[in-house]
Design a protein around this ligand. Structure first.
Ligand SMILES: *[C@@H]1O[C@H](CO)[C@@H](O)[C@H](O)[C@H]1NC(C)=O
Ligand SMILES: *[C@@H]1O[C@H](CO)[C@@H](O)[C@H](O)[C@H]1NC(C)=O
Ligand SMILES: *[C@@H]1O[C@H](CO)[C@@H](O)[C@H](O)[C@H]1NC(C)=O
Ligand SMILES: *[C@@H]1O[C@H](CO)[C@@H](O)[C@H](O)[C@H]1NC(C)=O
Length: 196
């Protein structure tokens, strides 16, 4: 191999090790100081599902993903609610796909009304709630007597929030939020995405 080819080979190898294979380095040399933002990868929404099992309680007006261009994608949801909510149990669960979606990392249930009075009471729920950013109309205490709107929740925000605490490994994930009253599920929101 000539000098030129050798340089090229080293360059490609270095590039691979530094950019593509951060996980390999972490594996080989666990004590090395890795800048987490290098591992930070790209999140994409792949699907969005909304369901109202009890039609007397709510119906799904719209629930969709939209790609405006390569960098700007968002999720929008509107749920028509036909009751005044004074108590609600909220469950947030994250799943990772491995032969079907399997429970992964988080499964928290909170009293929704108490939680909204003081969000710092439950840091995990607060983190999950943070995925909605400022793109919603539920940032207030009970009662709730209006439609639930998530307005143009951008992928950029979800990405930033995901990488804020811990890097997620490459894979497909599902974040599911369920809202129950009197032990009966009334509304289920499912956000599917991939980290690549
Ligand atoms: C990690 O890298 C980013 C950008 O490359 C930089 O802004 C940040 O300060 C670095 N963090 C640490 C702990 O070195
Ligand atoms: C994508 O669309 C958003 C909103 O219309 C705009 O602000 C942004 O500049 C666009 N980006 C590109 C790369 O066209
Ligand atoms: C998550 O927690 C809820 C309530 O504690 C429970 O009903 C549910 O089965 C749990 N999910 C999994 C996958 O274990
Ligand atoms: C929710 O409202 C509180 C108080 O009005 C405000 O401090 C907080 O920043 C809001 N959070 C979001 C995500 O909009």
């Amino acid at each position: 191999m000539g000098l030129k080819q050798l340089w090229l080979f080293l360059f490609v190898l270095l590039y691979f090790v530094s950019e593509v294979c951060v996980d390999c380095i972490a594996y080989i040399e666990p004590n090395i100081n890795l800048n987490i933002s290098k591992i930070a990868t790209k999140f994409e929404f792949t699907n969005l599902k909304c369901s109202c099992p009890i039609k007397e309680f709510c119906t799904v007006d719209y629930c969709y993903l939209k790609s405006v261009n390569r960098t700007y994608k968002y999720a929008s949801i509107r749920i028509n609610v036909f009751a005044t909510v004074t108590n609600v149990e909220v469950n947030g669960e994250t799943f990772k796909r491995m032969n079907g979606y399997k429970p992964f990392l988080y499964n928290v249930t909170v009293d929704g009304c108490r939680f909204m009075e003081n969000r710092n009471r439950n840091p995990v729920a607060n983190y999950l709630f943070g995925f909605l950013g400022k793109y919603h109309n539920i940032n207030h205490t009970c009662p709730y007597s209006h439609d639930i709107i998530i307005d143009k929740l951008s992928i950029g925000h979800v990405n930033d929030h995901m990488m804020e605490f811990l890097p997620f490994a490459i894979g497909s994930y599902l974040l599911q939020a369920s809202f129950s009253i009197d032990g009966i599920r009334r509304l289920v929101l499912q956000f599917y995405g991939t980290v690549s």
